[in-house]
Design a protein around this ligand. Structure first.
Ligand SMILES: [Zn+2]
Ligand SMILES: [Zn+2]
Length: 88
C-alpha cells in the first residue's frame, strides 16, 4: 500500500510506478499542474489564453493577491455567480 499523490488515500498499486489511486485523481493532479504552469507563464489558468492585464497586481496584502483570469473567464465566473445568487 502507498498513499495517493493527489488525495493521500492509501491504495494498492497495480503498477510499480503508479502514483494515484484512480484515473480521477491523476486527472485532477494533471489539471492542477497545468493551472500552476499557466499561472507561472502569465496565462489564464482556466483556458490558457494570454492575459492582457498583468497576472498579479502588486499589493502589500498577500490575502488579496488572487489568481487573475482572462476577461472571458472572469465574465463567465461572474455570470455563473449571478445565476447562483438569482436562483436563491
Ligand atoms: Zn487519490
Ligand atoms: Zn480564460
Amino acid at each position: 500500500m502507498k498513499p495517493c499523490v493527489e488525495c493521500g488515500k492509501s491504495f494498492a498499486p497495480w503498477r510499480y510506478d503508479q502514483k494515484f489511486c484512480s484515473p480521477a485523481c491523476r486527472e485532477r493532479f494533471k489539471k492542477r499542474k497545468q493551472r500552476l504552469r499557466r499561472q507561472g507563464e502569465g496565462l489564464c489558468p482556466q483556458c490558457g489564453k494570454p492575459l492582457i492585464e498583468r497576472p498579479f497586481r502588486k499589493t502589500h496584502d498577500k490575502a488579496r493577491q488572487r489568481i487573475t483570469y482572462c476577461r472571458e473567464c472572469r465574465n463567465k465566473f461572474a455570470e455563473r455567480h449571478k445565476a447562483l445568487v438569482e436562483s436563491r
